[in-house]
Design a protein around this ligand. Structure first.
Ligand SMILES: Cc1cc2nc3c(=O)[nH]c(=O)nc-3n(C[C@H](O)[C@H](O)[C@H](O)COP(=O)(O)OP(=O)(O)OC[C@H]3O[C@@H](n4cnc5c(N)ncnc54)[C@H](O)[C@@H]3O)c2cc1C
Length: 306
């Protein structure tokens, strides 16, 4: 119930404007978001890279209501990729892109063309793009666009959400050679008709999906902070005889930083999802819906812990 209320607030732009200007929320955001602009993103990415971590950068944009907004997002990513390359941060850093921010809801073809331009800039910079997963009404369109992008840019990554009932099937489809697949639990409020809503059912689905990806031919990207699922992923990697460069862990910036360091120190690739931009309100509320205590604790200026 509380989670649904918070997720509804995450989509309210009026509330967003109000909260974004409050200093308490700015203080909390600085623990989970790199900063407002590309310079801040590059500085945070540099620190992570120096700590031996890989990065995926996400530009937090406001709702894409017009074709102009979609073009602005495309241009932001192209600029970001150029700057990452110049700074020598590729291939350690890649980018995560939401097709909705590239205009998917306005015109699918337009979002595909913009995504293609971002993939071209990524290839030029020596890195890749991963398409974030959004609510279930976009899944078919996103996977179709992914399939088209992969014809030209085969390293383009997919994201699959374990809470969706369809996802085991999608894992089977995507567990093919060269296919980069991020597996996460899923962050949107979804109806029972399409998604598991019980936490244990979601975890069980995550493990079934993990088994398919780890036993398949692709490159699994295990995106979770959940200690049990991380332990199971480590176990499956051993069981399916994957070397450390044949899968990776992913976590969000500011979350379980000690665990990120532990996994990296034991030889794993660990990629940190690093958001930046002025529109951080919705992102922060999604994190609050998942883990209220962690977010509120940072708001009270208690020192950073994993
Ligand atoms: C890299 C990355 C990319 C993502 N991309 C997408 C996407 O494209 N689309 C999408 O819908 N969702 C995405 N997500 C969000 C994801 O779907 C989940 O909503 C989010 O990760 C929370 O689920 P969890 O697996 O981390 O575990 P949770 O269910 O939140 O937590 C499970 C357990 O893990 C432990 N834990 C979790 N967080 C912490 C913490 N901060 N400190 C200490 N212990 C903790 C606790 O024991 C907790 O009970 C992404 C997540 C990551 C990490």
């Amino acid at each position: 119930m509380l989670r649904s209320v918070i997720l509804a607030a995450a989509d309210s732009s009026r509330l967003g404007r109000l909260v974004s200007s409050a200093s308490l929320s700015k203080n909390v955001a600085s623990r989970f978001v790199a900063g407002d602009d590309v310079d801040a993103a590059l500085a945070a990415a540099r620190e992570l890279a120096d700590d031996g971590l890989s990065i995926t950068l996400d530009h937090l944009a406001s709702d894409t209501a017009t074709a102009e907004d979609a073009r602005a997002t495309r241009d932001e990513y192209v600029t970001l990729l150029g700057r990452l390359r110049t700074a020598g941060l590729t291939p350690a850093a890649e980018v995560s892109v939401k097709l909705s921010a590239l205009g998917q809801r306005l015109d699918e073809k337009l979002s595909y063309e913009h995504a293609l331009a971002v993939c071209a800039a990524a290839a030029e910079a020596g890195t890749s793009v991963t398409l974030d997963a959004e609510d279930h009404t976009t899944t078919d369109s996103t996977l179709e666009i992914l399939s088209d992008l992969r014809k030209e840019y085969p390293s383009t990554g997919a994201v699959l959400q374990a809470y969706l009932r369809r996802t085991e099937g999608d894992c089977r489809e995507l567990a093919t050679a060269g296919s980069r697949v991020r597996l996460c639990k899923g962050a949107y409020a979804e109806p029972e008709s399409v998604a598991f809503t019980d936490a244990l059912d979601i975890d069980k689905s995550f493990v079934r999906c993990l088994n398919i990806l780890m036993s398949g031919e692709g490159y699994p990207m295990v995106a979770t902070h959940d200690p049990r699922l991380i332990a199971i992923a480590e176990d499956r990697a051993r069981w399916f005889d994957r070397s450390a460069d044949e899968y990776e862990f992913q976590m969000l910036y500011g979350m379980r930083t000690e665990e990120q360091a532990r996994l990296a120190a034991s030889g794993n690739i660990v990629r940190v999802y690093l958001p930046y931009g002025t529109e951080w309100y919705g992102y922060l509320l999604r994190r609050l819906a998942e883990r209220p205590t962690t977010v509120v604790r940072f708001g009270r200026r208690i020192p950073k812990k994993g």
